[in-house]
Design a binder for this molecule. Sequence first.
Ligand code: PDD
Length: 279
Amino acid sequence: MPDVAFINGTFVPLAEAKVSIEDRGFQFGDGVYEVIRTYNGRPFALEAHLARLDRSAKALDLTQPYSSVVWTDHVLEGIRRAAYPEAKIYIQVTRGVAPRDHAYSAEATPTVVMTVREFHPLDKSIQAAGVEAMTVEDIRWGRCDIKSVNLLANVLARQQVKQARVFEAILVRAGLVTEGAVSNVMVVHGGAVATAPEGPRILSGVTRAVVLNLALSEGVPVQERFVSRSDLYAADEVILTGTTVEVLAVVRVDGKVIGNGRPGPIAQRLAASLRNRVD
Ligand code: PDD
């Protein structure tokens, strides 16, 4: 089955999809993106992802060429063409091609790219056992709410994760947990879920919002507040949320055991609720 690419309105084989070396996404990281996955062949929370794409683009004064309705058609067509049991859809919109100059012209035509590839969900045994994380200093810029393709700090954090053979980097700024390098972080203390508030320090995760609503509907108190590194170590449970990780328990952080070293009851409940919701 083919990996599908889409470039400026046309579907092409992935190997044939090319953009100019003068594209501002390549030159400056001047662009925004989204990652969406399917469950049972249907894109999950597509509207929320497309709304965030719009918010990210607007925050960069980048004119999105497609409405959410048009995007939805392209995404569904991409999924149909790829025909994978489960797919991961990557969308990127950059400010387009122009001679290199940091400042941009309002007339620039955006470059629009999408790929649809096979998605391999996390192994069930990893979900059941939980994962290990490490803290990494959060050195990102001041607008982490914009899902921009400038991912250098995340790239470096993920490389540290790879070298340390752990699963995720939990980013810490001025002693406070912000989020993961590719996920949001929730910390359970005394039966309540605490997670960093929406704002410029975190990406407002689509899965984060779904999971917080599931928690509330199950009577689990939710606190949107920053948690310190020492509170993280002392947590009853630590949970990652995200498109690729879903709801995933962290059982060790920086070598310190969280709770009893196994996924806790709230992580298990939220993972089950999410599973119900997507099935
Ligand atoms: N990343 N925080 C960061 C920094 C992220 O990069 C992501 C997702 C999330 C979770 O957001 P959501 O629930 O909307 O997927 C939080 C994607 C998967 C990526 O960059 O590949």
